[in-house]
Design a protein around this ligand. Sequence first.
Ligand code: UDX
Ligand code: UDX
Ligand code: ADP
Length: 464
Amino acid sequence: MKVKNICCIGAGYVGGPTMAIIAQKAPGIKVTVVDINEKRIAAWNDADVKNIPIYEPGLAEVVAEARGRNLFFSTEVDKAIDEADMIFISVNTPTKTYGIGKGMAADLKFIELCARQIARFSTTDKIVVEKSTLPVRTAEALKSILDNTGNGVNFQILSNPEFLAEGTAVNDLQAPDRVLIGGDLDTEAGKEAINALVDVYAHWVPRTNILTTNVWSSELSKLTANAFLAQRVSSINALSELCEQTGADIKEVAKAIGMDSRIGPKFLQASVGFGGSCFQKDILNLVYISKSLGLTEVADYWEQVIIMNDHQKRRFAAKMVKTLYNTVSGKKIAMLGWAFKKDTNDTRESAAIYVADYLLNERAEVVVYDPKVSEEQILADLDYLNTRSAEENRANITVVNSALEATQGAHAVAIMTEWDAFKTLDWKQVYHNMLKPAFLFDGRRLLDRHELEALGFEFYAIGS
Ligand code: UDX
Ligand code: UDX
Ligand code: ADP
């Protein structure tokens, strides 16, 4: 079977970029991305392609090329479902905030709603592809809903987890290390569905990089790949604290460790803590699944990665307070960066949120600047924590439009996100703007200690 018409439910960080690249690379396939969020769809359709809702280097160009040709964004979910022969589910699966598994398990209500919608509006056979990160065995639930509520049409379910990292999404999608497709390898219909999806990717991905497995391996690989990556960051962050106590330098240690080809250099960058929509959520999910299966030690082992990460965020904030003579009450602290890493406007689980929250508890006056994150988003992130009222948050945090403005009259500056622009900032001017001693806390090891100290800063970087 040859796929001619793809529908993707969910126009977010995963669905949007992934479908844009499929449309770009397979011009013969019509790709329709649908979302119930009208504002988001309107932004994807904005005449000025720079206004698309997701910032990723190179993405606007891809959208400009394919939009209106074979890439469409729409709110007509039901229509797109029935027209498609392949449907990707790319809706959000946040951590549950209520009930059983609260704070750990993935909330699958959006997935279930999608499944019921697909079942209701499908009048022809469909291949349904899980794109969102899902706990292992979700496909089983999907299948049960589809088969029991549908119009008697056949559904094949595939798992095709996305491994793209934000900030490098376009490149990751155009040249993926591998594409993983899980399906029912035991039946002819299952194999046919797998092959149909393989053919979509084969437009630009070498066949040797397309891996096919059973559904459960595919689902579990996604969770555990993220757990492995996060574990490396927590491991190097744990060593960064040890470095600070011993005179070793984490950069040198990471280099020495990473040159062992069995370990490799990637994901050994010490930081104020990992963030993003995946790492924490997926590990918590893994912990929850392990616990549910009675595997206490396995659960505790992976949970420690999160505990270490929480410690790293708290430790950074505590270091600031301690350095500022044990009080930041009424002091102006400039935070440069709010996104969870550079080159994205995504702030989910960003370390900056937790550091700001800590500083606000210490009654600091926090001023934030991020080149791509809006004031609305920053305030929403803080409100979501529920630590204090929305009014109190607004009384003590200010969002400004430039790094220089943020640092004006500040007691301390903290680098939270490794934006390139912060590297080339006029640090001499920043120093001049600040109260003295001018404290600078580099949560990303972005700046050169010798240069900054020569300008007069009291400089602290994670891990040395
Ligand atoms: C190790 C380091 O590899 C080496 O660089 C250092 O100088 C000394 O310590 P060694 O202990 O000789 O070397 O063996 P190694 O190959 O690293 O294996 C260590 C253990 O891990 C073995 O029991 C091995 O069976 C096990 N292992 C290794 C696995 O179980 N799985 C693997 O994928 C790799
Ligand atoms: C991650 C996975 O990399 C990707 O494969 C998966 O599909 C989704 O989750 P993403 O969350 O976009 O991607 O970002 P990633 O580059 O992995 O970084 C995650 C967090 O770890 C960021 O906060 C980043 O700053 C931090 N990090 C990463 C470090 O602190 N040090 C490192 O060495 C690497
Ligand atoms: P991700 O990082 O996984 O892409 P996002 O939150 O960025 O997560 O995107 C998920 C999108 O899915 C949101 O824009 C949301 O409105 C959309 N969505 C959730 N449920 C449905 C649904 N039943 N039908 C259509 N869109 C949905």
